[in-house]
Design a protein around this ligand. Sequence first.
Ligand code: PLP
Length: 398
Amino acid sequence: MSRTNAPAGPEDAGEPIAAFSRRSRAAQAMGRIDPVTRGVVPPLHVATTFIRDPDNAYSSGFSYARPDNATVREAEAVLAMLEEAGAGALLFGSGMAAATAVFGALEPGDHVVAPNVMYWALKRWLREEGPRRGLAVDFTDAEDPGRLRAAVQPGRTKLVWIETPGNPLWTVTDIAGAAEIAHAAGARLAVDSTAASPVHTRPLALGADIVMHSGTKILNGHSDVVAGVLAAREADAFWARVGAIRASGGAILGPFEAYLLMRSLRTLHLRAERQAAGALALATRLGAHPHVARVLYPGLPDDPGHAVAARQMEGGFGYMLSIRVRGGEGAAIATAVRVALWKRATSLGGVESLIEHRASVEGPGTPCPPDLLRLSTGIEDPDDLFADLDAALRAAHG
Ligand code: PLP
């Protein structure tokens, strides 16, 4: 390999394209040029340990890979830019590791308010593990501002957790309104924005303190990385504690995964916009389908969350929708069994479209009705996706 010793150009200093839009900056992963090779793609840093300087210092800032990694930092810089996060972003080994680090930073006795409609495994964690850690957790219909206000206890509630749109009913919660309610009570607001993506919603700009994503979903988008993201508005003591929990517990994302995630973030806007357009087209057509009782998608004008979604989401309403199939649970499962193009699998946000009978996954106590199929729209031809589902619905109703 020939190596140039040319002095670093102006593009090597700081972020050379900071003046441009989030879309442009993400497409170039912040526009950094590798100073050694002049490559437009940064190298993958895999070292777990680093040489001390002769004066015993670590002048590079890196000493060991459990608390920190240069590739992870590069991906975090892109995510912090996308979320407009004053305090930066932190990457974790999964969405659950990221979310539970936030709850782990609370003190025993703290009160938490969380939504009835939210990612089921985190809800189960809050129910089962929260009390063991001394947390008092109440669940409410967070999309109803009156109920959210009533659930918050001024002085005692330290965290309000919302998820919007909320998996798997895609309920919409007013982030600015929830921030006002949380802050008036002396609590922080954290938002699981996985189903919106930073392309369609900017929770920190709307007043949230922390935004969380399962990076496993549309951020990575290729169903080959498990990751979690937190980003914060302010670098306060709570955020420092979240970082300390990641560092001491070794919950950081691995460098290979961070590298793949950064590669995916370069196409995030293309994928998110295409997937949201596909979801809207499907929701509209399925709304008129004889075997579909109801479509749940905030992009539909008659959806109960549409007005708030239209206010707080930009450029689309996300890639997730659900349908309630006429004929009940049996007809819903029979439909999922009959698709060919849709993939019958859990998870969401990949370029391949996924279909799932969600009540089978969530079990007893779920707010998910038994006739519901959850649809994650990928990048396939929306006409093909509709035709495949239409044929499956018709065959199931045979
Ligand atoms: N939040 C939402 C909305 C999710 O859908 C998921 C996973 O499905 C998670 C959080 C958890 O993320 P992970 O599977 O990366 O731990």
